[in-house]
Write a protein that binds this ligand. Structure first.
Ligand code: G6P
Length: 617
């Protein structure tokens, strides 16, 4: 939550900062601001006469951008921030950057300062004046207090004083040729280029200018000048680290003619799925040695524990079913936010898996730390190279979905599901619990999944039409069973996230224990009902809600004539095996939610109150 960008170099920074913030806007969009070091020419005595000009505004970045464009200020060193409010309402005053009493220091911050009230009282008692309701404002005042000619040292002192999390970036007119940063948990990366250097919350912010990055580790501080990036460890000692080259391109991070990132990312799924299989599933052969587990270890596994949040949790639910079915290993799935507080049992013969598209979700990170402190070896599945969770886990499997900018997870979700399938298949083969024939059949079907997803995408207009007929309804129930259940849960989540309509995902068999009371003419029931082993059961469930006058929209297997009798709207999926309907059936639901939200005029890329990467508890 909150996005940070900073630049120092030989180019004017205003457009660089605004461009970077726009790419970070998915991290927070209730207010935004920039601070630029403006030179007013040489002072008497030779030293530069500089000031820091701050432009900020409540609302989306474009509100601030208008003012920034008009303001005749520019310079070659600046910082920018897009906010997702935690302390203090999303107003102009609470927007970042914040300044100290003298106005010489400007700070941006992503995270939460837990002891800010105590620090604020101390600072106030010694004469510091505060104007906002934010926790962040204590930071420039602390820097002011600790500054004695070295901004980096002041930042290092400040780190010893605060509790909580944060990526912090500051600049001061007393050190006009540098920007300093610090990291406690919240992500921070440095971008390196010939024209100058950058700090940012993540790579897409500055991909336009460089693909060379250095990840700043926890408790490190960093000093940026136009020609150098210097990193200092927890003790303040200079460390050296070479940049890595990101294989994401700026094209991936742009809309490329699509109306929204979400739509673009939905349409990128055949590619993301293929990329996530590439090198792992080739010509009928499964290579998954990167799991880093010996055959012996896999055979001895007593349990797989998966933790995740949000959409990633739904990928875990598919993982549970395939690992149990194909590899005969019990799988427990937990919300990270629950796992971390429930004093979980950890055993050497358990495999611990964390799924997270961003690699930054604070609850998942805390759950990993909890499990590792109890001796677990953690495997992370993530889409972001160099993310905190990738670095804090014992092993990492990357999904190769490319950057996902829309707040709603779409292509990262289907890539996670692919990894779950491959894992189940690999374990099943090694444990001998999957017959050769089944194994071969699953592999053949997996190879066809990208084309089948494409087939669904090619018929997006059918879903647009169904959305046009149903978007005014006030209540949506998504029903599924077995592999259709995670899709139902995810379908309801997608709809809630971007349309703000009340939607529930439910096991179809459980519906009669509660949700059926909700159904009447105002309800749309979306049935995920491929022709699988529970087809007859869900068909009965659908008839039950139909009898209560709900509008029925059924997602069915191609050519299923029988279901057509019980539906008001239908979408036919290409046929596949039971397990793989788990991935196919989510595609029409993503599109359906998208078109409902568009009919309602909602901002699908930046839904209210949500953020792409939740780095606060
Ligand atoms: C946020 C995002 C969701 C995502 C969830 C978990 O709520 O808006 O799209 O599913 O976090 O994120 P993770 O990065 O851990 O998968």
């Amino acid at each position: 939550m909150c996005g940070i960008v900073a630049y120092i170099g030989n180019r004017n920074c205003k457009d660089i900062l605004i461009g970077g913030l726009k790419r970070l806007e998915y991290r927070g969009y209730d207010s935004a601001g920039i601070a630029i070091m403006v030179s007013k020419g040489p002072k008497k005595g030779g030293s530069a006469d500089v000031s820091i000009e701050v432009i900020k505004e409540a609302g989306k970045i474009k509100e601030m951008e208008g003012q920034a464009k008009e303001a005749r200020v520019d310079g070659k060193c600046g910082i920018g921030h897009t906010r997702w409010a935690t302390h203090g309402e999303p107003t102009k005053i609470n927007a970042h950057p914040h300044r100290d009493c003298s106005g010489k220091i400007a700070v941006i911050h992503n995270g939460i300062i837990e002891n800010f009230e105590e620090l604020k009282s101390e600072l106030k008692a010694s004469g510091h004046r505060f104007i906002s309701d934010t926790d962040t404002e204590v930071l420039p005042h602390l820097l002011e207090k600790y500054y004695d000619g070295d901004l980096l040292l002041a930042m290092q002192r400040l780190m010893g004083k605060i509790k909580g999390s944060g990526a912090i970036v500051a600049m001061s007119t007393d050190s006009p040729g540098e920007i300093v940063g610090a990291r406690i948990t919240s992500p921070l990366i440095a971008g390196v280029s010939r024209d100058g250097n950058f700090l940012a919350s993540d790579m897409p912010a500055v991909l336009e200018h460089t693909r060379n990055f250095i990840v700043i580790n926890d408790f490190e501080t960093v000093k940026l000048t136009a020609g150098k990036v210097e990193i200092f460890d927890k003790e303040g000692k200079l460390t050296s680290r070479k940049p890595f080259k990101a294989n994401w391109s700026i094209k991936n991070a742009e809309k490329s003619g699509y109306e929204d990132f979400m739509l673009k990312e939905i349409f990128e799924q055949p590619y993301g799925v293929k990329e996530s299989m590439r090198g792992r599933l080739t010509n009928g052969q499964l290579h998954f040695d990167e799991l880093g587990l010996t055959a012996e270890k896999i055979k001895d596994l007593k349990k797989v524990q998966i933790i995740a949040c949000g959409t990633s949790y739904h990928a875990a639910l598919i993982g549970k079913q395939v690992i149990e079915k194909w590899a005969k290993i019990p799988v427990e799935v937990d919300f990270s936010s629950e796992y971390r507080y429930r004093d979980p049992l950890v055993d050497e013969e358990y495999l611990f898996v964390a799924i997270t598209q961003s690699g930054e979700t604070i609850d998942t990170l805390a759950a990993i730390r909890e499990a590792r402190s109890k001796g677990a070896k953690v495997m992370a599945i993530t889409n972001v190279v160099g993310s905190t969770i990738a670095r804090e886990s014992d092993s990492v499997i990357y999904t190769h979905a490319g950057p996902e900018i829309g707040v709603c997870a779409t292509k990262t979700f289907t890539s996670q599901i692919i990894i779950m399938y491959l894992m189940g298949l690999y374990f099943g083969k090694i444990r001998g619990s999957l017959g050769i024939e089944d194994y071969g059949k699953i592999i053949d079907e997996l190879h066809m999944i990208p084309n089948k997803i494409q087939n669904i995408l090619n018929r997006a207009d059918e879903l647009k039409e169904i959305a046009r007929h149903t978007f005014k309804h006030k209540c949506f129930l998504f029903l599924g069973r077995i592999f259709g259940l995670p899709a139902a849960l995810e379908g309801a989540l997608k709809l809630k996230e971007i349309s703000y309509i009340h939607a529930e995902g439910y096991p179809a068999g459980e519906m009669k224990h509660g949700p059926i009371a909700l159904t009447d003419t105002r309800t749309v029931v979306v049935g995920i009902m491929p022709e699988d082993s529970v087809y007859d059961k869900i068909l009965s469930n659908i008839q039950e809600v139909r009898a209560r006058k709900a509008t029925i929209f059924s997602i069915i297997s191609e050519g299923d004539e029988n279901s057509k009798k019980y539906a008001d709207h239908l979408f036919e999926m290409p046929r596949t095996i039971e397990e793989l309907y788990g991935i196919l059936s989510i595609i029409p639901l993503q599109l359906y939610s998208y078109y409902i939200a568009k009919n309602l005029g909602k901002d699908v890329d930046q839904p209210r109150n949500l953020a792409k990467s939740v780095t606060v508890e």
